[in-house]
Ligand binder design. Structure first.
Ligand code: CMC
Length: 443
């Protein structure tokens, strides 16, 4: 961050505040409002934080108008094409792509941390059989903090790194076991001879009673899905992780907070919602009526998998996801998937429709990811869980960056208060209507 040498000026009641403009490497300059309250006595108002840079970061850059997504400067397309998920996790955490030696060491470290403490198995039994796996992973990741006391010294760099590795390594095991638990199947332990993506598929689908061979096609697709979801700047769940972390809370608790924020259908729950929506539409012939419903603001219906707070152009991840979707279905021999046909037609109609054009609503990453995951045999309830597995790398990298920032402070937004002005306390028996209410209740 450097001062752009320019400033913006706000004048209020004869008082003037100079807001220095700060320049990043890419993206628009940012007006520094930190002194505005002292100089003018007013707060700024930005519900939803759409116009607010909440932090300085070197990890991920998005240009929403151009449809650009960079991790540490590298465009997402090249990373998804040429790297593996552990390489991306390393890049997010440490700022550079690993050398061969660094990669081997990092993969080995991750691999040796995939097991869970045996007592963690007991947590699963506390959940109802039909619990949503997001509820299970949210609780279990939070509970990890009870097992790794040595990882809770957030002022120690080695300790922070160890927590990061533990989280990235263990989250697939927790996720797969959450699924196995809801299926009533035995937990499958991680295998050190498999890659990160293969291991996750093995823990999801292997059974002790028969050999399981991981399909290289599915493993590559899984790896790519993990890469595409690994980090995405200061989105709702990442901002939640940063806010929780700013209090000094331990990283396991912070990631559990991020998982909770990811769960909602406006965020990570969208790919699950896309499939529900496609099932509700049912047939291509019903698309026009559905689009009309979406455009009718009183219906409360949205086209799930469309639109993004930042992208006002194609989400670059959606393009890769669309290509991967065709690849996976092709390689699995699924040539006439009705859901895919429906999705392609829905996308075609929507991107030509004036409503979506005017509002710059394009397909986002979730529009196609659900279809791929379904084809791979991943149940719908696990879609958001998979997103959480991938995003753990980004969350913990962002948490680490925040903790390592000099002068890091607790996050504490202010508000525009519109409640009652000061009023005098009235004791219970003197409140209007109190007597009548009591006698009604007693009758
Ligand atoms: N369908 C229909 N209308 C929409 C949609 C949609 N999916 N998204 C936005 N709009 C309309 C919205 O009604 C508003 O119209 P108007 O200006 O007439 O009031 C306008 O577009 C702007 O919408 P907004 O709600 O101000 O936009 P936002 O930036 O607050 O919301 C969003 C972003 C992602 C929550 C929203 O586009 C949405 O709900 N999309 C569907 C859910 C979805 O696919 N979410 C996944 C996001 S990508 C994965 C991730 O990174 O988490």
């Amino acid at each position: 961050m450097s001062a752009a040498g320019k400033s913006a000026t706000i004048t209020l009641d004869g008082k003037t505040a100079e807001l220095p403009l700060l320049s990043g490497t890419l993206g628009p300059d940012v007006a520094d409002i930190r002194k505005i309250v002292g100089q003018l006595g007013v707060f700024t108002f930005d519900p939803g934080y759409g116009e607010t840079a909440s932090c300085e970061s070197k990890i991920t850059f998005i240009d929403g108008d151009e449809g650009v997504l960079l991790h540490r400067g590298y465009p997402i397309a090249g990373l998804a094409e040429g790297a593996t998920f552990p390489e991306i996790a390393y890049l997010l955490l440490y700022g550079e792509l690993p050398t061969r030696r660094q990669n081997d060491e990092f993969v080995k470290t991750l691999t040796t941390h995939t097991l869970l403490h045996e007592q963690i198995r007991n947590f699963f039994n506390g959940f109802r059989r039909d619990a949503h796996p997001m509820a299970i992973i949210c609780g279990t990741v939070g509970a990890l903090s009870a097992f790794y006391h040595d990882g809770i010294d957030i002022s120690n760099a080695a300790s922070r790194d160890l927590s990061a590795v533990r989280l990235i390594a263990k989250i697939p095991t927790i996720a797969a076991w959450a699924y196995k638990y809801t299926q009533g199947e035995p937990f499958v332990y991680p295998r050190n001879d498999l890659t990160y993506a293969e291991n996750f598929l093995s823990m999801m689908f292997a059974r002790p009673s028969e050999p399981y061979v991981v399909s290289p096609i599915l493993a590559r697709a899984m790896d790519r899905i993990l890469i595409l979801h690994a980090d995405h700047e200061q989105n709702a769940s990442t901002s939640t992780v940063r806010l929780a972390g700013s209090t000094g809370a331990n990283p396991f608790a912070c990631i559990a907070a991020g998982i909770a924020a990811l769960w909602g259908p406006a965020h990570g729950g969208a790919n699950e919602a896309v499939l529900t929506m496609l099932a509700d539409i049912g047939h291509k012939d019903n698309i026009p009526a559905f689009i009309e419903k979406v455009k009718d603001k009183t219906s409360g219906v949205r086209l799930m998998g469309f639109g993004h707070r930042v992208y006002k152009n194609f989400d670059p991840r959606a393009k890769i996801m669309q290509a991967t979707c065709h690849e996976v279905l092709g390689e699995l021999g699924i040539t006439d998937d009705p859901l895919l046909e429906l999705a392609v037609e829905l996308e075609r109609i929507a991107i030509e429709d004036e409503y979506f054009v005017q509002r710059k609503l394009y397909p986002n990453v979730d529009f196609y990811s659900g279809i791929i995951l379904k084809a791979m045999g991943i149940p719908t309830s696990m879609f958001t869980v998979l997103f959480a597995v991938a995003r753990t790398a980004g969350w913990i990298a962002q948490w680490k960056e925040m903790i390592e920032e000099p002068g890091q402070r607790i996050g504490r937004p202010r508000q525009l208060y519109t409640g009652a002005p000061v009023r005098e306390f009235v004791p219970l028996d003197q409140r209007e209507g109190a007597k009548m209410k009591v006698s009604e209740d007693m009758s």
